[in-house]
Design a protein around this ligand. Structure first.
Ligand code: DP6
Length: 324
C-alpha cells in the first residue's frame, strides 16, 4: 500500500488564464498571475493498493459518480505512468470552504491530488515539476503549488509550462480578498467548456490575446512598486475583458447574474467614496474584491448594506502545498 496526503489552497487570478493552446497538455494561450488564499483549501489522501479493483473517489465523505471519478482516474493514469505503477487508487478529498458555499475549486482540488500522488508514489518532484503535473489536471491548479503572488508561464510544451512565485517583498500580506458569494440557479458553463467556446468562436478573443501580455507586465511592475491602485485597476480591467469575450462567443454566455452586477456597482461606489477596492470574477457569479488588509473590515461592513453577512467571506494571502 502506498499512501500520500496533502493540502492545497485555492488561488484567484488577477490576470486570468482564459483559453488553451493545447487541450491535452493544458498549455494556455497566455501567462496568468494569481494570489493564493488562506480561506479555502482542499485536503486529499490517496492510497494505491493491490486490494483495489477500480479507482474510487470520495468528496467530503460521499462516493462520487462515474463522471467525476473518471476525471480523477485520468489524472491517476498520468502519475501511474510516471511511476510505472499498475495499482488502482482510493482518493479521499475534503473541501474546506466556509458555509459550504459552492466554492469547491478545481485549483485546490487538483493541486492537492497531484501533491498527494507525488508523496504516495515517491515521485520526488520539485515544486516546479509538481506545478507541471497539477497543470495536467486543471490549468489553474499549477498556481496553487506556490504561496502568495504566482505567475503561470505559459511556455510552449509540457516542460516549459509551469508556475513560479512572483517576488513581492511580502506585500501580499498587506492585501485581502473579500468573497461575495452569489447563488444563482442558472446552469453552469464550466470554465473548460467556456474557454474552449470563446477561443473557437468569440470575435473578441483576439483583443484578449493582444492586450493580456501588457496587463501581466504592468501587474508585475505594480507588485514590485507595491502600487495597490495600479494592480487593482489592471486586475479589474483584465477580468472585465475576459468576461467580455464570452458575450461575443457563439452561442453567447455570461457568468454574471443580477447580484454580480450589484456587487460590481457597490465596489465602484466605495471606490468613488475614496476606499481603494477592485473586483474580479471567474467562471461563476461570485465577485471577489481585492483590497488592502487594513480596509477589509470597513469594506465588509459596507457590503452588508447589499448582501447578507453569511455571503461575505474574508481571505488573506495563503501558503503553497503542505504535505500532511
Ligand atoms: C476563469 O483551471 O478551471 O478561473 O484548465 O480547463 O481545468 P481547466 O480550467 P480551470 O480555469 C480557470 C479559469 C478562470 C481563470 C483563472 O483561474 O485564471
Amino acid at each position: 500500500m502506498l499512501k500520500g496526503s496533502a493540502r492545497a489552497h485555492t488561488n484567484i487570478a488577477l490576470i486570468k488564464y482564459w483559453g488553451k493552446a493545447n487541450e491535452e497538455l493544458i498549455i494556455p494561450m497566455n501567462n496568468s498571475l494569481s494570489l493564493t488564499l488562506d480561506a479555502f483549501y482542499t485536503e486529499t489522501t490517496v492510497i494505491f493498493s493491490e486490494d483495489l479493483t477500480a479507482d474510487t473517489f470520495y468528496l467530503d465523505d460521499s462516493l462520487q459518480d462515474e463522471k467525476s471519478t473518471e476525471k480523477v482516474s485520468r489524472f491517476l493514469d498520468l502519475v501511474r505512468k510516471m511511476a510505472t505503477c499498475p495499482l488502482f487508487a482510493e482518493v479521499k478529498s475534503y473541501n474546506h470552504v466556509p458555509y459550504a458555499a459552492g466554492l469547491a475549486s478545481s485549483s485546490s482540488g487538483l493541486a492537492a491530488l497531484a501533491a498527494a500522488c507525488n508523496q504516495a508514489l515517491q515521485l520526488d518532484l520539485s515544486d516546479r515539476d509538481l506545478s507541471r503535473l497539477a497543470r495536467r489536471g486543471s490549468g489553474s491548479a499549477c498556481r496553487s503549488i506556490f504561496p502568495g503572488f504566482v505567475e503561470w508561464q505559459k511556455g510552449n510544451s509540457d516542460e516549459t509550462s509551469f508556475a513560479e512565485v512572483v517576488p513581492s517583498n511580502g506585500w501580499e500580506n498587506e492585501l485581502a480578498m473579500l468573497f461575495i458569494l452569489i447563488n444563482d440557479q442558472e446552469k453552469d458553463v464550466s470554465s473548460r467548456d467556456g474557454m474552449r467556446r470563446t477561443v473557437e468562436t468569440s470575435a473578441f478573443y483576439e483583443g484578449w490575446l493582444q492586450t493580456t501580455p501588457q496587463d501581466l507586465a504592468s501587474a508585475k511592475i505594480a507588485i514590485h512598486a507595491q502600487d495597490f491602485n495600479k494592480l487593482g485597476s489592471i486586475a479589474e480591467n483584465n477580468a472585465l475583458k475576459m468576461h467580455g469575450t464570452t458575450l461575443a462567443a457563439v452561442p453567447p454566455f455570461t457568468y454574471w447574474s443580477p447580484d454580480s452586477l450589484k456587487a460590481m456597482q457597490a465596489v465602484r461606489k466605495m471606490r468613488a467614496a475614496g476606499i481603494p477596492c477592485y473586483f474580479t470574477m471567474d467562471a461563476g457569479p461570485n465577485v471577489k474584491v481585492l483590497c488592502l488588509k487594513k480596509d477589509a473590515e470597513k469594506i465588509k461592513a459596507k457590503l452588508r448594506d447589499y448582501f447578507a453577512t453569511d455571503q461575505l467571506v474574508t481571505a488573506f494571502s495563503g501558503p503553497g502545498i503542505t504535505y500532511l
